[in-house]
Design a binder for this molecule. Structure first.
Ligand SMILES: *Cc1c(COP(=O)(O)O)cnc(C)c1O
Length: 426
């Protein structure tokens, strides 16, 4: 038995996760299937928390919204960053405390704002217009809601353009130079109580410098705004720490991040005589490497390339297509065999772009083999769809040799579940 990556091991040529043989999982539960290792999520959370013992960690629920996974993180003490009514609903159901939930979003509906007010969670306000709407909704309800403003800090995170969220041109947040005036307005409005400040510069960030720049810019604002009379309870700098999808890349760890920003944060708070809590919102780091996607080889084709046709396409995992993301592929039933050929692994979707992995050196692949894609726990299942009439697949949780189903596979009935046929077609 030996380890190929973190918690993934090879035993008798077969890939195992959480002490369970992946080929057996496919035989028993079918394919494609997401498999998450509970212990890995707990370890990731504890490592992050150890690096930031004084901070609150609000898990970004969009990375993986499975209820059981949220419950695992709730047990570990996580809060939640939610971006929709559905994520709020799930986070509350998972038992995440209301004062550790931040409702985020650049275009929240009035109904979502009302739900935030009624459930008593905190709101990250994204525009002046939203401030007015939230103030009148809270006033009507006879409530006062704790708010932060989402700041657009105008920082380049040096990551893929589709996951850069704090550039000046981004749709998120209030422009840096208008933030002070946003707090002035909030102080004068009923129903809203400014207690925090918030930003998030992007995702899959591989250097600490953008975070240092962000903390400095946020603390400049905190200083100015504190002097207006706002008592900050928290400063939320979002998240974005990358993970090593590719084997030989260097990524900063939570410790590296903490070493580079916590001293600045502490020093600047001390100089100003304030004592807000630092909040971070890790998503990908906590869940990304906890899950693998198991898929079966349907068919092989020798054409312009050696194509491996599998049963999961971008309906099941969209990251390769949406972000040009690399996910390491392992032939799960030949996991210790040497590479023999170069393969391009494609999904079953009727789109030319449905390519999961290009030109990979792998052991000889045949129909019936199982391909495992690693590091699919973040933005994997949560971005899946029913495109091409394919029900979504199941999710399993493994833990020290035990296996639980945490989501059943959908059926044809789910494809039709909310469709209605007008009587004239009956
Ligand atoms: C997506 C998102 C996160 C999580 O980002 P990761 O890169 O997955 O850690 C945190 N905060 C906000 C506001 C987000 O939109």
């Amino acid at each position: 038995m030996f380890t190929i990556k973190n918690h993934l091991e090879i035993e008798n040529s077969r890939l195992t996760i959480g002490g369970v043989d992946t080929s057996n999982l496919v035989n028993e539960y079918g394919s494609p299937i997401y498999v998450t290792n509970e212990q890995r999520i707990r370890d990731n959370f504890r490592r992050y928390k150890k690096a930031f013992p004084d901070a609150d960690l609000f898990y970004a629920a969009k990375a993986n919204g499975n209820l059981t996974i949220l419950k695992i993180l709730a047990e570990e003490g996580a809060g939640a960053d939610v971006f929709s009514d559905g994520e709020l609903y799930t986070a509350l159901l998972a038992g995440i405390p209301r004062d550790k939930i931040l409702f985020n979003g650049n275009s929240k509906s009035d109904r979502e704002l009302l739900m935030a007010v009624q459930t008593g969670v905190r709101v990250s306000v994204d525009s002046f217009d939203e401030l007015n709407t939230l103030s009148s909704i809270a006033k009507n309800e006879g409530k006062v809601v704790d708010i932060a403003f989402r700041v657009n800090p105008d920082v380049s995170p040096k990551t893929h353009p589709k996951i850069s969220t704090g550039l000046k041109t981004s749709k998120f947040g209030i422009p840096h130079d208008e933030v002070v005036s946003a707090y002035k307005q909030a102080l004068d409005k009923p129903g809203v109580n400014p207690v925090g400040i918030h930003c998030h510069i992007g995702s899959q960030i591989l250097e600490v410098e953008p975070f240092v720049e962000t903390v400095n810019k946020m603390m400049d604002l905190v200083e100015q705004i504190s002097r207006l009379g706002v008592e900050f309870e928290f400063v939320d700098i979002g998240s974005g720490l990358g993970i090593p999808y590719e084997k030989n890349i260097e990524v900063p760890t939570p410790n590296d991040l903490a070493d580079s920003i916590v001293p600045i944060f502490n020093e600047r708070c001390k100089a100003e005589g304030i004592n807000p809590k630092l909040v971070l919102e890790p998503g990908r780091y906590l869940v990304g490497d906890s899950a693998i996607l198991l898929t079966s080889v349907n068919t092989m084709k020798n054409a312009a390339k050696k194509f491996v046709g599998i049963d999961a396409g971008f309906n099941t995992m969209i990251r390769p297509v949406m972000y040009d993301a690399y996910h390491h592929a392992v032939v799960a039933n030949k996991a210790d065999k040497n590479a023999e050929d170069t393969y391009t692994i494609v999904g079953p979707i009727c789109e030319t772009g449905d390519i999961m992995a290009t030109d990979r050196e792998l052991p000889e692949i045949e129909k019936g083999d199982v391909i495992a894609f690693l590091d699919v726990g973040g933005y994997g299942f949560s971005m899946s769809s029913q495109y091409n009439g394919r029900p979504r697949c199941a999710e399993l949780l493994v833990n020290k040799g035990d296996v639980d189903i945490i989501r059943k596979a959908e059926t044809y009935a789910d494809l039709l579940a909310n469709q209605e046929v007008p009587p004239r077609f009956l």
